[in-house]
Design a protein around this ligand. Sequence first.
Ligand SMILES: Nc1ncnc2c1ncn2[C@@H]1O[C@H](COP(=O)(O)OP(=O)(O)OP(=O)(O)O)[C@@H](O)[C@H]1O
Length: 273
Amino acid sequence: MLDSATEGHVTADGRKIGPVVLEMRAITLRFGGVEAIKNISFDVREGEIRAIIGPNGAGKSSMLNVISGFYNPQEGEVMYRGEKRPPMKPYQVARQGIARTFQNIALFEGMSVLDNVMTGRLNHMKTGLLGQAMWWGSADAEEVANRAKVEEVIDFLEIQAIRKTPVGRLPYGLKKRVELARALAAEPQILLLDEPMAGMNVEEKEDMSRFILDVNDEFGTTIVLIEHDMGVVMDLSDRVVVMDYGKKIGDGTPDEVRNNQEVIDAYLGVAHD
Ligand SMILES: Nc1ncnc2c1ncn2[C@@H]1O[C@H](COP(=O)(O)OP(=O)(O)OP(=O)(O)O)[C@@H](O)[C@H]1O
């Protein structure tokens, strides 16, 4: 199905998957004596939904943190759009078009939904948020564009009704959606989602799954996600990387991974959460 890193294909449901956009090459990450990631390679194609799964402590968050620039690995290379990425700070990675959400929600609780989503535009602002706030009434071209994008995202994620509500007053599932909105406001090419359904009830999970699929479909955003809920992962993802104790033990379509004996033994048989 995927013969070449430079070719794309169309999925059974009609979504376009492009060439490789991000490639992790032989990544090793250590914390003192702990090897959180052991010589792992995998790639991400433009427009795909790529999951990273594995039991607790497998190294999934560490991997997402390497992609987002939060950690720089001791060994290996991150190739982005065909070029080797030098060690970078997270804000530099964000400027390259990679946005993320966090496992534990990281929003400004006292600020409104609208203002929280607006912070996602920081990378697109020449004046910075404070400057924008001071000129809130006058609306120059940059501000108009930023506001328009934020309103588009708010509409898209169906959170218009709560746009003025302080985030601290919202239920958990909606906070997660606001976090997604903030990440989307940055207009990322790659969106990193760290356990987007964690702590959600069934209905909230269904909503979030739909929004992830819609974002991917509507904006063509490439999505890399970590998720514990196996049903969600198998339904959403084009391809899945399986990690266990810092090693990669599987990589392929949901069906391939489901039928991989090493994965069955090491992961699916292991209860957690
Ligand atoms: N900042 C850190 N300092 C020291 N060790 C760390 C640090 N971050 C992660 N580790 C260790 O690295 C290993 C991988 O952790 P990581 O959080 O990446 O796993 P995970 O698969 O995301 O787990 P979970 O599903 O529980 O979130 C663990 O042994 C963890 O204790």
